[in-house]
Design a protein around this ligand. Sequence first.
Ligand code: NAD
Ligand code: MG
Length: 394
Amino acid sequence: MSLQQVTVLGATGSIGLSTLDVLARHPESYQVHALTGHSRIELLAELCVRHRPVCAVVGVSEQADWLQARLQRDGLATRVLWGAQALCEVAADPRSDTVMAAIVGAAGLEPTLAAVMAGKRVLLANKEALVMGGALFMQAVREHDALLLPIDSEHNAIFQCMPPTTHAGLARAGVRRILLTASGGPFRDWPLEQLATVTPEQACAHPNWSMGRKISVDSATMMNKGLELIEACWLFDATPDQVEVLVHPQSVIHSLVDYVDGSVLAQLGNPDMRTPIAHALAWPERIDSGVSPLDLLAVSRLDFRAPDPERFPCLDLARQAMHAGGTACAVLNAANEVAVEAFLQQRIGFVEIAELNAAVLNSLPAEPVTDLHQVLDADRRSRQSARDWLGRHH
Ligand code: NAD
Ligand code: MG
C-alpha cells in the first residue's frame, strides 16, 4: 500500500483522537496531511507536534496567530489557517487522499461536502451532515466518484454485512431489512417520571461508549438512533420502514442485516470506535486498530428489546421527518442541536428536548430540496423557531 495522506476534520474531538491513535499505529501506511479543531487549541498544538501536518485549521484568527507562533517556536513548518472557508479548502486539498469527517453537527456539512465534491475517500462520522442534506449529499458522492465509508459503528457494521452494491434498493440486493441496534443510553431503565430530573452530567455518562457531549445527549434521548435511522436510509438506499431499531444494552452487536433467505448477518466487537475507523481507513484490507479481542465468554449474554416510544419520542420524530422528506430532516437536526445546547446549559430539562424538537418539526412544513441553499436556509429557520420556543417557555 502506498502512503495515504489523511486529513482529520475535528481532530481534537473523541473520533478525531481515536483516528489519530489508529493512524499512529501505521506510520508506514498513513501520513497526516491536515488537522482541524475549533476549541482546545492547546491540544491541537500537541497533536500538530506529534503528527506534523502540512496545515492546521482553527475557528478564528486569534487562535490561528497563537497556534502559528507556537508551532514555529517548535520548528514546525505547519501552515495555520482559520475559518469556515479554510475548512472547505483543506477538505478538498488535492494533496490529500482521505478525509475523516469528524466535526460535530451542522458545522461539518460544508467541509464534508467539499471533500465529497473533490472525490475523496470520505470517512463519515459527522452524521448530521448526511441527515441535513441526504439527497444532495448522495448525489454528490455519485457525481464526483467519492468513496463514502461509514464510521458510525452501526453503519459500519451494516456496510460490512451488506452485499457490495445496494444502489438499486435493498430488495434487489436480497435484503429484507436492516436491524439497527441501540444501547438505549443511560436512562433505558429509569422510571419515566424521573427523566425530568436528568442532569447534563448524567446524560453524558454513557454506559458503553465514551463520546463527545452532543452525541452523548443524543444517545440518552435516542435522537442519535433517529439520526442514524435517517443516515441508514441514505447510505443503504433503504426506506424508513426497512430499518428496525432494536435495543441491545451490551453494545456488542453493532447492527445486523436480514436477508430474504432467512440469513441474518451481524458484526460484533468491543464498543471502541477504533474498529470502524481502522476498517474504513484500510478497506478493503484490514489493519490492527489497537482494540482488544472480543471475549464472548466475558460478555456471556446478548439481550434485545423493542424501544419504548413513550420514553424515546425522538425516534418517532426522525421517522416522521424521513417520511416527510425535503427539508424536514434538516429542520429536525437543527432544532435538536439548539435543544441539546440549551439542555447542556441547563436552560431546559431533559424531556423538553423532545418537546422542542416536535414543536419545531411540526411548525415548519417540509419543502423540496434542489440545492444546498435550501438546506442551509431550513437550518437557519429551524434554529430561529427553536430559539422562539425557548423564549416562550423560559
Ligand atoms: P466531539 O465534540 O468530541 O468533537 C467534535 C470536533 O468538532 C472537535 O474537534 C471540535 O473542535 C470540532 N468542532 C466543533 N464545532 C465546530 C465548528 N463549529 N466548526 C469546526 N469544528 C468544530 O464530538 P465526537 O464525539 O468526536 O463526534 C464527532 C462526530 O462523530 C459527530 O457527528 C458524532 O455524531 C459522530 N460520531 C461520534 C461517535 C463517538 O463515539 N464519539 C460515534 C459515532 C458517530
Ligand atoms: Mg452510532
